[in-house]
Each structure stands twice: as C-alpha cells, then as structure tokens.
Design a protein around this ligand. Structure first.
Ligand code: SAH
Length: 505
C-alpha cells in the first residue's frame, strides 16, 4: 500500500530564495517536513498548512535528536505512505549526513530522491565577494571538515597536500577548532601570510565576515567573540573581497526596518528597502473586510440597468463590487447601459481583469480629478452609483449632487485595523532588534497606536528610529508622543527610501 517517499531537499545556505524550484515543488507536496537547525524556517511556508512539521535540529554538535532517531523517523513516516521532505541546510550530501539517511531508507525499502542545494561554502563565496577559484590565482578548491579527527590523534586529511597545493580550502564546522587547523596548515607548509576569511550566517541579513591571515585569524576571532555557524575560507582569493564585496556593502544592510502600511501599498515600499539590503518586517495596519450589511449595495446591484454611471475609485472597490455581483448571480451584462469611470490607471487595470473597459479615466488620479471630468458633462437627473469604502471622503457624493446627479454611495468594503501585529514583527520589537519604523500615512501611525495601545507603542519604539513620509504624518506621530527622526523633503516613497539610506548609510 505504501506510496510513501522521502525527498532529501537542500534548503540552501540561509537566504530563503536560494532554494531550488524542485525543492519548493517537493515542499508543496509534503505531508511531513523534518527540518534542521540550519534550514531557514521561512521555507516552511511552501509546505501546506496541513503538513506536519518536525524539528530535528542539531545545535553546535549537540544532537537534539540522534541520527538513528532521525533515520527511524523518516522510515516510519514514509512507511505510513506519507510524502516526507527532509529539509537540510545547504546541500544534503555535503557534510549533511544525507548519505547515511539515504542508506537507511534504502535498507528499509523506502523510495527516496535527493534535491541538491547551494552549500554553505558556495553561498558564503558569492555573498562575501570571494570567488573560490580564479584563473589568475588558483585552479582548485577543497571542502574540508574542521571537526575531523577531533578525538583522534590520526587524521584522515592529507594536510601536506591541502597546505602545499596552493588551492582554496574551505573548512566547515571549523570555528571551535580554528586555531589548531590554521596552525596545521602553516606547519604543513602554507605561508602564514595567506589570507583567511570567516563567513558567519552567510547569505542572511546577519552575515558577518572577518578577514585575517593564517597567522592571526584565530586571535582576531577570539578578540571579536566570533561564533559558529561559519565557514573558513583560506587562500589568496580572499583578497578579492576588497574589490568584489557587494552584499554587505548595500546601504541598509543589517538594518531591520518595520514597514507599517495600508493594504493597497503592498510590497512596493518594502521592495525599495530590501533592494538596499534591509530586512523588512511588514506590519499591515489596515485590513479590508465586508460591509456590516450588504443591503444597500445589493439593492443597487439589482437596479444596475437603471444607472447612468458607475464610479469606482480603487482597485479594492472594483474587487468587492464585482465579487458581490457574482455572489448575487448578476453578470457584467447588467452594466451594458451604464457608463463607467475609474479613478486612475490601476483601478482601470483591475476593471479590465473583469472584462470591463472604463469609459472615463480622469487625468488627475483622485476624487478631485473625477469631479473635474464630470463638471464638463450634464449630470442633471443622471443616476450615479458610487460603491465605496466606509471611511471614504465625502467629496464625490457631495459635489456630484451639487451638479444635479442623483447619487447612491453604498459601502462595498470597510477598512479596519487588524487586532494584532504579525508575530515576527512583535517578536523583533520585544527583542529590541528593530532599527527603524516607517510611517507612510497618518492612519498607519494612528492604527498602530490603536493596535498596541499608546503607552505600549511608545515603550516598544524606544530607541527605534522613526521615519515619516511627510509633515502631516509627522504631526500624527508627534501627537502620539513619538519623536520623528527622518522626514524627506519630497513626500514620496522613493524620497523616503533615499532619506533612510542617507541616515543609515
Ligand atoms: N549540508 C550543509 C553543511 C552542514 S555542516 C551545507 O551544505 O552547507 C554545518 C556547517 O555548515 C556549519 O558548521 C558551518 O560551517 C556551515 N554552514 C552552514 N550554513 C552556514 C551559513 N549560513 N553560513 C556559514 N556557514 C554555514
């Protein structure tokens, strides 16, 4: 009966976007995921919610679960017919004991597949700007365990060849044994002046790089309290970092920034900060929900053939309106006799996804633009339908009424503030690891205060740099007792991102 299978998937070195497409496919099909300390937990988001998640971490050599137990677990779960993903840091077959896990599966007659991953040495190489080989410098590279022979007098490593060949050497698991291994390379003939780089938490926002030589790197590591997990890159190629460093040179690298945002600005600003190297924690302060009652909107939808105009002023309004039509079993033909106005190109694009091309898109993309266009038409006795958000401004209904239109403006959706912060954001604030928080409208700061309570918000944001998009938002911050540290001269997201860069850069 067993259709169970185990996929040994390489999670890559840390950055969650460095997993392979095949790895993601396997996770999407997983019924059980058994993951390691070094596999980024964010990757679990690819697995279905229903998948069982089992942590089988081994921290710094302390085996939370013995290898035998892990092997038995994989055999047992797959034996029940389950699709199991064994998610391992880096590559499963590079110091990952993937070989042993496959042997156990083979012995138990369980089918398996292996999906490679970017191994730590390769991730560290790319993200520290240290090519492991280079035509003018070295033509070979070796991956070596730093733990080998820990309890043995004898070593299986050919230290002579490793030291004399001139090739690049990358040690894994070699921080606690750094001094001894560096000495060994010198004793076996490598010049003490050979450059060495330690790369910790490579490819993640916490990446740390320490550079020295075979002679002094152990002292430097000790002096700076350098900790695992890290790889040690030994060889002349290390000198290239000076020219090729890029990842940790980006202006906001290492900065943790909270982006409070209204739902409709999703992603855009975060993308600008991430491109500058920041770790972005998104914190939505607005959530869209259904109206308290559909009654008025339903009446209007059933009466659509009797309207002359339909006005929609946001993509959200378009979505809620058409979804409600659909729920009532009314299709787009009900709009045949009605002219349609979209406030701007984004709203128009959303309409096109429902098969509707608007008749009117004003040149100024806001309520005033709509009014300006309508002022050129004769609206006397026209019936206008304006499905809107609950907290929308009243400009359109009142102005169109003044022009003689008969206007109905039922609520199509409501903006409310979510009742809590996303857990990662809350966790980072509690750990005091946040560098900066950005506010891009008054409602973002007011809603955050409402979500957390003013006192708690002020306490949590102690020592956090406050960045506001412009004077109105800044005033709302100050009204709540927050000091504004950054405000750009121009009130755009681009200018705000640049101001952050200037502040931290
Ligand atoms: N299979 C893994 C290696 C597991 S052995 C791989 O292919 O990468 C564990 C060692 O890998 C750690 O001691 C450390 O030397 C290295 N390592 C794993 N992830 C790392 C990271 N993000 N940065 C630096 N070293 C890392």
């Amino acid at each position: 009966m067993s259709s169970g299978i185990v996929y040994l998937v390489g999670a890559g070195p840390g950055d969650p976007s460095l997993i392979t497409l095949r790895g993601v496919e396997c996770l999407q099909r997983a019924e059980v995921v058994v993951y390691d300390y070094l596999a980024n937990e964010q990757l679990l988001c690819h697995a279905p919610d229903s998948a069982e998640r089992i942590y089988a971490g081994k921290i710094g050599g302390r085996h939370n679960q013995g290898q035998d137990e892990i092997n038995s677990l994989l055999v047992a779960k797959a034996g029940l017919g389950k699709v199991v993903v064994r998610l391992k840091g880096g590559d499963p077959f590079v110091f990952g004991r993937g070989g042993e896990e496959c042997e156990a599966l083979r012995d138990a007659g369980i089918p398996f597949e292996v999906v490679p991953g970017v191994t730590a040495a390769v991730g560290a190489s790319a993200y520290s700007g240290i090519p492991l080989t280079h035509r003018d410098i070295t033509a070979s590279v070796a991956f070596v365990t730093g733990q080998e022979g820990n309890d043995k007098n004898e070593s299986n490593i050919d230290w002579d060849r490793l030291s004399l060949g001139g090739g690049t050497v990358v040690f894994y698991m070699g921080i606690t044994t750094l001094r001894r291994n560096m000495q060994r390379m010198v004793e076996h003939g490598r010049s003490p002046a050979t450059p060495v780089a330690l790369v910790r938490w490579a490819t993640t926002p916490c990446q740390q790089v320490l550079v020295g030589t075979l002679a002094d790197i152990a002292d430097r590591a000790e002096a700076s309290g350098f900790k695992p997990p890290a790889v040690t890159i030994v060889g002349e190629v290390v000198a290239l970092r000076e020219k090729l460093q890029w990842f940790d040179k980006r202006p906001l690298c290492g900065k943790k920034i909270i982006v409070t945002r209204a739902a409709e600005q999703a992603g855009e600003f975060s993308g600008k900060l991430a491109a500058r190297g920041a770790t972005v924690l998104e914190c939505p302060t607005i959530r869209l929900v259904e109206p308290e009652s559909w009654q008025l909107l339903d009446l209007a939808i059933r009466d659509l053939p009797n309207y002359d105009w339909l006005v929609l002023t946001s993509g959200n309004a378009v979505r809620y309106f058409f979804q409600r039509m659909n729920a009532l079993g009314v299709d787009s033909r009900a709009l045949a006799g009605c002219r349609i106005c979209a406030v701007g190109p984004k709203t128009a694009e959303e309409m096109r996804s429902y098969g509707i091309k608007p008749d009117l898109v004003p040149t100024v993309y806001k309520a005033e633009g709509v009014i300006d266009e309508f002022s050129r038409l004769d609206l006397h006795n026209s019936r206008v339908l304006f499905p809107r958000a609950d907290k929308a401004r009243d400009v359109i209904p009142s102005e169109l009424k003044r022009m003689g239109a008969q206007i109905d403006s039922p609520v199509a959706y409501r903006n409310i503030f979510p009742d809590r912060l996303p857990p990662e954001t809350l966790f980072a604030l509690e750990k005091r690891s946040v560098d900066c928080i950005t506010f891009t409208s008054s409602s973002t700061v007011q809603n955050l205060a409402a979500m957390l309570g003013e006192e708690l918000m002020l306490d949590m944001l102690k020592g956090v740099v406050v960045a506001s998009i412009g004077p109105i938002t800044s005033k709302s911050c100050r009204d709540l007792g927050l000091k504004v540290d950054i405000e750009p001269k121009v009130y755009t997201l681009d200018a705000l991102a640049e101001a952050l860069e200037a502040h931290f850069g």
